[in-house]
Design a protein around this ligand. Structure first.
Ligand code: RIB
Length: 355
């Protein structure tokens, strides 16, 4: 049953202005078609008086342009993705486009559903952080989308553009920093590696760093996937579980490098609950540089992955393709930067004191 106010249609405007619906449509869409000035004014006056609001869906179907950009991210709870969304929003807003945001909730079937839904909504471009393991399946799902930019993953599909990030160098940078601060027993705390190429790349970087100290340093892998009722808490709770597994290790590593900041916050909360002091007893290093890490106790030393810029660049690439101003295949690779705060202890200071 219809509810609310009835919308004015162009049929009613045509009746009042005493003309055809085709003429009303031409006048209201600003089409370059000869219509007398008097008739043009009569149509506009009728539209104004009847509070005519053009139907966006009808218009986009007619001109084949929705002015919408689809965005799919793994979750709405990790601030990394919120910073990324702000980058998308700011470029879209400047150019008069509307982003439509979907979350896959780390579920590949849901991701495919969103790819299909956004296609049916006729988005003009798609920005995606895919959690798909199979590149082939992903390529098949994306085939009806004209312009796609992938981020947060390694560039494997020829048909898509990428704003990638050098995760391996990020892993190297983090562990190399710990080594330079005297740590030799290090653990890499992560969600399962097989779900995201980015995590495997980080771990490769960790290993490359410890190989600089053969026989003297190691980086032990700890991976967990906690079961939670409320998905929103998954990364924090997984951090708590990772910390409990970490504390079982003997000898206890002096430093934990965590694959993302949200999980590192969960790790820190469990360590604090168990009376472990950071960084006096155990050093903790995060990854991403989400804003919250400035406000943790102690402030978290981390590696920056530029989330806002990633979103802004991905959107720029899509809009250039839509507007036809740059059709070249794009492969941008962003680089990590170490952000030094207070959660890593310099063990070299202790050694100097011992002499
Ligand atoms: O916190 C988000 C980051 O962790 C992303 O880089 C993603 O790859 C995840 O694993």
């Amino acid at each position: 049953m219809p509810t609310g106010k009835k919308q004015t249609t162009i049929v009613e405007i045509a009746r009042i202005a005493n003309t055809s619906t085709a003429t009303v449509s031409r006048v209201l869409s600003g089409a370059d078609y000869p219509v007398s000035e008097a008739l043009r004014e009569a149509v506009k006056k009728a539209a104004r008086e009847m509070n005519y609001v053009p139907n966006a869906i009808g218009q986009s179907l007619k001109i084949g342009k929705s002015q919408d950009i689809g965005v799919i991210i793994p979750n709405f709870t990790n601030p990394f993705y919120m910073q990324m969304i702000s980058g998308i929003e700011s470029v879209c807003r400047k150019e008069g486009y509307n982003p439509i945001f979907c979350s896959s909730n780390n579920d590949s079937a849901r991701e495919i559903g969103s790819i299909e839904l956004l296609r049916r909504k006729c988005v003009e471009g798609l920005i995606l952080s895919s959690i798909h393991k199979s590149a082939k399946e992903l390529q098949a799902a994306l085939r009806l989308h004209k312009h796609v930019v992938l981020f947060d993953q390694e560039a494997t599909l020829d048909t898509c553009d990428y704003v990638s990030f050098d995760f391996e160098s990020g892993g190297f940078l983090a562990v190399d920093y710990l080594l330079k601060h005297g740590h030799r027993r290090i653990a890499f705390l992560t969600a399962p590696l097989e779900n995201r190429a980015s995590r495997s790349a980080l771990y490769r970087g960790c290993q490359r760093a410890v190989h600089q100290w053969p026989g003297q340093a190691y980086c032990e892998l700890i991976s967990t996937d906690v079961q939670v009722e409320d998905y929103k808490t998954w990364e924090y709770e997984n951090g708590r579980l990772l910390a409990r597994e970490f504390l079982r290790l003997s000898p206890l590593p002096t430093a934990a490098f965590v694959y993302n900041d949200v999980t590192a916050i969960g790790v820190m909360s469990q360590l604090a609950a168990d009376g472990v002091r950071i960084p006096e007893d155990v050093s903790v290093m995060g990854f991403d540089n989400i804003i919250t890490t400035e406000y943790t106790t102690p402030p978290l030393t981390t590696v920056s992955q530029p989330a806002f810029d990633t979103g802004a660049m991905a959107t720029r690439i899509i809009l250039d393709k839509i507007m036809g101003t740059n059709m070249a295949n794009c492969r941008i690779n962003l680089h990590p930067q170490l952000i030094e705060r207070k959660s890593v202890k310099n063990l070299n200071d202790d050694m100097e004191g011992d002499c």
